[in-house]
Design a protein around this ligand. Structure first.
Ligand code: AMP
Ligand code: MG
Length: 343
């Protein structure tokens, strides 16, 4: 757990560093430092809000409180490890699997419908009904000494059917019909929450800010000089001191990265990470990271996980069929490929 937290903190600090450097470097006029809010209370990661607007402290506080409120709300809805008082979220839905439907907020219905759309869009590569399989890997990862057997994996894979999530929008209920199935929204939840925070900021008229949900970056507008924020996609296989593989400029857009270096353990010299291919039931091996840039932080998050478990050829076809989506693949051997717009 501790190792995972340190790795995630490193990723966020790296992004912050690059954004700060960009604000004063490259011959640009010096920029005012953004006002900031940072929390480690949500999504098991750092969530940071950078506000560059110059409209005063009250306006900043309103935006900050809005971001904090939205992130807390979705954190509690999506938490599968513990219940939160007065919240009917995934914890309750999972605990009532095969037993009864749960009455939930419209916001959770919207999210689950979106997650099902992502399943369809990615041909099942990103599947929030994989909780049963993911929790098995989670247990072994925490143990740190062995990997699950093929028999255990295939037994869990029997209980990952997306159609076992039954959503009734009229009645505002959700039920998992398979008692052994469960939801895990780790692949989409953070990006979705960040996007909802961004939507609320836009509704308040925000024009110059960044929400960073553990590396799920969402930018609104531009910096005060009219330029975008420069961020870097790290090459996980680069030697120390040379780890920025690619710099990207973001304005009114998002970036998410899925990598094999964020949560993993090693058995017999082989690295087993946390992004699982639903077909092989094993951690995907083709890439060390995949990054996606597009307007929505929710889409970027869902697609980066999906592309990570999809072959390069199929992933490229998927991205090229979508408007305004760019991707960068870093293969396990360090080779890098990207779409034309990933500048
Ligand atoms: P991300 O860092 O956004 O790629 O999300 C990784 C997290 O998503 C993991 O820690 C799991 O909780 C979950 N996950 C892993 N593989 C999948 C998958 N194929 N479909 C859906 N969720 C997944
Ligand atoms: Mg993701």
């Amino acid at each position: 757990m501790r190792i995972k937290r340190i790795a995630k903190a490193t990723l966020s600090v790296l992004l912050l560093f690059v954004m700060t450097v960009s604000a004063v470097g490259c011959g640009a006029a010096p920029q005012p430092k953004p006002k900031q809010w940072m929390s480690y209370d949500y999504f098991d990661t750092y969530v940071t809000f950078y506000d560059y607007s110059k409209d005063g402290d009250d306006a900043f506080r309103q935006r900050r409180d809005t971001v904090a409120g939205v992130i807390k709300y979705y954190h509690e809805l999506f938490d599968i490890y513990e219940p939160h008082e007065g919240v009917a979220g995934l914890y309750e839905i999972n605990s009532k699997a095969g037993v009864s439907a749960v009455t939930v907020d419209e916001e959770l219905i919207d999210f689950l419908v979106y997650a099902k759309e992502m399943y369809a869009l990615t041909d099942g590569a990103v599947n929030i009904a994989m909780g049963s399989l993911l929790s098995l890997w989670h247990e072994y990862r925490e143990g740190g000494v062995a990997i699950p057997s093929y028999k255990e994996l295939t037994a869990r894979a029997e209980h990952c059917d997306i159609d076992s999530i039954v959503i009734d929008r009229e009645a505002s209920t959700v039920m998992i019909t398979d008692p052994e199935a469960s939801l895990d929204v780790g692949a989409i939840g953070k990006g979705y929450a960040v996007e909802m925070a961004a939507k609320s900021l836009l509704a308040l008229g925000a024009t110059s800010c960044v929400v960073d949900g553990g590396g799920n970056l969402r930018t609104i507008g531009t910096k005060p000089d009219g330029k975008g924020w420069v961020t870097a996609i790290t090459n996980p296989r680069a030697p120390a001191g040379a780890d920025f593989s690619h710099k990207v400029i973001l304005s009114d857009s998002s970036m998410a990265t899925s990598g094999d270096y964020q949560r993993y353990y090693v058995v017999d010299g082989v690295r087993y990470h946390h992004i699982i291919d639903g077909e092989t039931l094993m951690p995907a091996r083709e890439f060390s990271s995949v990054s996606v840039m597009c307007e929505s932080a929710a889409l970027a998050d869902a697609l980066s996980t999906a592309l990570f478990v999809t072959s390069y050829e199929d992933g490229l076809r998927l991205v090229e069929g979508l408007d305004g989506v760019e991707a960068l693949w870093i293969f396990s051997d360090g080779e890098m490929k990207k779409t034309a717009g990933m500048k």
